[in-house]
Design a protein around this ligand. Structure first.
Ligand code: NAD
Length: 489
């Protein structure tokens, strides 16, 4: 099967921070792929803007190196590479200096209503307000220009509100694209297709049939070079407030009336508002990785023996509404865990009555696991009869739908989330971007948990690198008579 590609209109995309890590690792390779696949037209322009003094040729060299490093050799076509590099331009620009903006205005020219224009703010959030203001003051965005902002979107509710206000002064909400790259993942969208394009699951998707939901985002890496930044943030702010809560929303939301951006986002917002406050002492476990063979501890990684920041969080949440009454949603994320693995697992209740009591094996509960990484795909664990004449014996079996194999005949590359998201910006589709009120609602739920931790001032529980997190996280489930799914690649 060949993926269908609908080309977008020629566009102008300004990337602030175009020499940075995100631009080199993700944005430039994503754009290259879209051009190679025939979606980004060669008449498009990608204008890098950053502090480094260089010309367009210098930026093309930097981009070429980024492609060589971050695009798989099999996907790097010399002709597409050359055509992509030809779309690049560059303007040296310190966003805080008035004088530098004129060169960008000259390069961009007057806005053309026929040509989508977008400004990607791949810079630290403290620059979001000033960039929005300068773009507006210089009239660079015209009536339709869009602004794209990266995470982190705020540090808490007041800072997120202030950021929202600073953007709203110059851009309508319909032109602000807040990135949560988890929403661009193929499987995450497949979750919506699975739920709302099939009649099979939705009747079961509620407290009558679902025992609980587990959402895990596990990493094997430590904080690496992000130590000083991460230590002021922690896993709750870095992962739970955005990615894990977004996954929870898509799992728990009501069917939107249509697939229009605000219909979907209204439903997600209702989930966030229905989240019951959690008791930080009873429902939440914080962890910090210790040292292991050849692996430094979190405290050593961040250079602070007394740090209280968590590199792991596990929690139990409840969505207090008709559909989910009494169904726990267990969320877990951490660094230096056993494997790199992200998944949403919906665990259904046991069959109400077993007629197989005398048979070998046991009728296990069905689990629908939606895997985000590695190997995006969906598996449904079932109980079937053990094949053969050995009588009625039961055995677990998995219906496996690993997308790359099933849908691509093995040959289809799974596009990176950024490819879809950047094209959605150009198409003007906000469905997979967070609305300002969603972000604020998520902070409103998270802030009291962090405040309670700060008040208690305890150190997070230590866990071994390569483990599944602290013992207390296992207990959080055991107390409820449940178990976490194994963290495995
Ligand atoms: P980085 O430090 O590698 O790059 C920052 C870029 O901003 C550089 O191009 C630099 O020249 C530019 N810059 C800094 N000050 C400037 C100024 N005054 N005027 C103009 N340009 C200026 O950062 P990064 O890792 O690429 O991250 C960029 C943004 O994306 C941040 O908001 C970050 O939180 C977010 N983000 C990054 C990643 C990632 O994987 N790197 C992931 C998610 C979100």
């Amino acid at each position: 099967m060949v993926a269908r590609v609908v080309p977008v209109a020629p566009f102008d995309l300004v990337v602030f921070g175009a020499t940075g890590d995100l631009a080199r690792r993700k944005l430039l390779p994503a754009l290259y792929h879209r051009l190679h696949d025939g979606q980004m037209p060669i008449e498009a322009r990608v204008i890098g803007a950053a502090r480094a003094q260089m010309d367009a040729e210098g930026f093309r060299r930097l981009a070429a190196e980024a492609l060589d490093e971050f695009v798989a050799p099999a996907d790097l076509d010399p002709d597409s590479r050359r055509r992509f590099l030809a779309t690049l331009d560059y303007v040296p620009l310190d966003v805080t200096k008035d004088d530098d903006w004129q060169a960008l205005a000259d390069t961009l020219g007057a806005p053309d209503p026929e040509r989508p224009r977008a400004f990607y703010l791949s810079v630290a959030p403290r620059f979001f307000g000033v960039i929005a203001e300068r773009i507006a003051a210089a009239g660079l965005a015209g009536a339709h220009g869009r602004i794209v902002v990266e995470k982190p979107f705020g540090h808490d509710l007041p800072s997120a509100r202030a950021l929202n206000q600073s953007l709203a002064r110059h851009f309508d909400e319909g032109r602000i694209y807040r990135i949560d790259h988890y929403l661009g993942k193929e499987t995450v969208q497949n979750l919506m297709a699975l739920r709302f394009a099939n009649a099979l699951f939705e009747p079961l998707w509620n407290a009558h049939h679902v025992d609980h939901v587990q959402i895990t985002v596990a990493e094997t890496v430590g904080v690496g070079g992000r130590g000083p930044y991460y230590d002021g943030v922690g896993a709750m702010r870095d992962m739970v407030q955005n990615h894990l809560l977004q996954l929870l929303c898509l799992t728990a939301m009501e069917p939107p009336a249509r697939l229009r951006p605000d219909d979907v986002r209204d439903e997600k917002l209702k989930v966030l508002r229905a989240l019951a406050p959690v008791d930080a002492a009873r429902d939440v476990v914080r962890g910090q990785y210790g040292a292991g063979p050849g692996v430094a501890s979190y405290a050593d990684d961040v250079g602070d023996a007394d740090t209280r920041t968590e590199s792991f969080v596990a929690l139990r949440a409840h969505v207090e509404n008709w559909r989910w009454s009494g169904v726990p949603f267990y969320l877990r994320t951490g660094k230096r865990l056993r494997a790199r693995m992200s998944e949403i697992a919906v665990a259904f209740k046991d069959p109400p009555h077993s007629i197989f009591a005398g048979a070998g094996g046991r009728a296990g509960a069905n689990v629908l696991a939606i895997r985000l990484q590695p190997d995006e795909g969906i598996t449904l664990s079932m109980t079937v009869k053990d094949p053969g004449p050995g009588g009625m014996r039961l055995t677990p079996a998995e219906l496996d739908m690993t997308f790359a194999e099933q849908l691509g005949g093995g040959g289809l590359r799974m596009p990176d989330a950024y490819e879809r998201l950047v094209m959605d910006v150009i198409r003007g589709d906000q469905t997979l971007f967070m609305r300002g009120d969603e972000v604020e609602a998520a902070w409103r739920w998270v802030d009291p948990i962090i405040a309670a931790w700060e008040e208690r001032g305890e150190r997070p529980a230590l866990y071994d690198p390569g483990s599944s997190g602290p013992e207390d996280a296992l207990m959080l489930m055991h107390r409820d008579g449940r178990r976490w799914r194994e963290i495995s690649a």
